[in-house]
Design a protein around this ligand. Structure first.
Ligand code: CMC
Length: 432
């Protein structure tokens, strides 16, 4: 490498400081400023972390300009076309694709953890019938730390692994139970003879009196969405999990923190917001009006499912979900929401030819089409973000494991530029 440092010059006093460059196996290099404050007495300022690498990681790589996404080096398109969700979960968690024996063992281990503790039902029953599933998920997942004292030593790698397995196995059960609670139906126990995605659909839609067999294409579509949402490097919720974990908090509390962060409409809540938006637009004739609203700086409205902090090209996941929408709506006769898909296609077409979106490089993201798939599967809008959370749990816990096994891990503690009052004396209340 030609020059391994960059020079920082303080124009106020002419002093120069050499800062080391850090390189990854792919992607831009980073200026190592970790000793800047110690050596120079200066902080860096980067609200929203637009140009900050917060850690080193070997899990997921995104090239936003090229629209490239790799899990442990494997292109998302190949995994989406060929893998099962648990195969991808294994890949993320352990770094390599499993062979047949390893996959069978992993599936067996995850399957043995799918039930939730019976006492958790008491937590669920404490929620109002119309509680948002994300509120339930956040609370119930956080409460798991009260149940698993046998595996909560975060300094023991085996305990960390058991917690990861428990979380991956139990999230679908808890999410489906949150749904059942909201519709007043009895919670369904998992059927461990089914694969991960099929089991999830079963727990959502079976009842003790109605047999349910998931449609194969529905299972395939859900398996696909779970894979596409499984990880996305240092996004807001993953960074939240890492920050919470950096203080030594237990994994269940950290994942609950990730769920809270995911909920926002700028992040995982966008899939629900897209469907709300499409329903509000209602008809293709209204599309131009909503595109104008999105461009109006005095109007807070944004085209949900459009734009991304990292992708300045078509999100590769959106291309895959768009294709799956076509397949589902063509092949499953009972999919009710094709008018919404037509509306989404028209909205995309108009936005992508509009100067405002072209200039800002705003393209559809993964959530633009995922909600249409979920509703075609009969999953209600309020569950969409919970579905995202089920998938992303794999990514969150993998990042937590990576961080916990890093000997250089230390508590995350950003600084600030203080702009409040300077030091002043306390005045007795009668003198204020
Ligand atoms: N509609 C209209 N204008 C937009 C949009 C949008 N969806 N997204 C960004 N812009 C404009 C924004 O107003 C700004 O314009 P200007 O330069 O004139 O001020 C410019 O594009 C850059 O936007 P930004 O807000 O500075 O970009 P960001 O990187 O901080 O935000 C984002 C990224 C995803 C939060 C944002 O694009 C957004 O709010 N999109 C809609 C919500 C959404 O779909 N979120 C899901 C993201 S993908 C799944 C996930 O990560 O969970």
């Amino acid at each position: 490498m030609a020059n391994e440092t960059v020079t920082l010059t303080n124009n106020a006093d002419g002093e120069c400081y050499e800062l080391a460059l850090r390189h990854g196996s792919l992607g831009p290099s980073a200026i190592d400023i970790s000793s800047l404050y110690h050596d120079v007495g200066l902080l860096t300022f980067d609200p929203g972390f637009m140009a900050t690498a917060s850690c080193t990681s070997a899990i997921t790589y995104i090239d936003g300009d090229r629209g490239l996404l790799l899990y442990r080096g494997y292109p998302i398109e190949q995994l989406a076309a060929k893998a099962s969700f648990l195969e991808v979960a294994y890949l993320l968690l352990y770094g390599d694709l499993p062979n047949e024996t390893a996959l069978a063992d992993f599936e067996r281990v995850i399957t043995t953890h799918t039930m939730m503790n019976e006492n958790l039902k008491n937590f669920l029953n404490g929620f109002h019938y119309d509680a948002h599933p994300m509120a339930i998920l956040c609370g119930v997942v956080g409460s798991l730390s009260a149940f698993y004292h046998d595996s909560i030593d975060i300094n023991d790698p085996r305990h960390r692994e058991i917690s990861a397995h428990r979380l991956i196995a139990k999230l679908p059960t808890i999410a489906a139970a949150a749904y059942k609670h909201s519709v007043g139906e009895p919670i369904m126990y998992p059927d461990n003879s089914l694969r991960y995605a099929a089991n999830f659909l079963y727990m959502m839609f079976a009842t003790p009196c109605i047999a349910y067999k998931p449609h194969l294409l529905a299972e395939k579509a859900l398996n696909l969405l779970l894979i596409l949402h499984a990880d996305h490097e240092q996004n807001a919720s993953t960074s939240t999990v890492r920050l919470a974990g950096s203080s030594g908090a237990n994994p269940f509390a950290c994942i609950a923190a990730g769920i809270a962060s995911l909920w926002g409409p700028a992040h995982g809540g966008a899939n629900e917001a897209v469907l709300d938006m499409l329903m509000e637009i209602g008809d293709v004739v209204n599309v131009p009006k909503f595109v104008d609203k999105a461009k109006d700086k005095d109007d807070p409205f944004r085209l949900m499912g459009f734009g991304h902090r990292v992708y300045k090209n078509y999100d590769p996941r959106a291309r895959i979900t768009r294709e799956m929408c076509h397949q589902l709506l063509d092949e499953i006769p009972d999919t009710r929401d094709s008018p919404l898909f037509e509306l989404a296609l028209r909205l995309e077409e108009i936005a992508l030819s509009d100067e405002y979106f072209i200039e800002r490089r705003l393209y559809p993201n993964v959530d633009f089409y995922s909600g249409i798939i979920y509703s075609a599967l009969g999953i209600p809008c309020t569950m969409f973000t919970a579905m995202f959370a089920v998938a992303r749990t794999v990514g969150w816990i993998t990042h937590w494991m990576e961080m916990m096994s890093d000997p250089n891990n230390r508590i995350g503690r950003p600084r600030q530029i203080y702009q409040g009052p300077v030091a002043r004396d306390y005045l007795p209340i009668s003198k204020r």
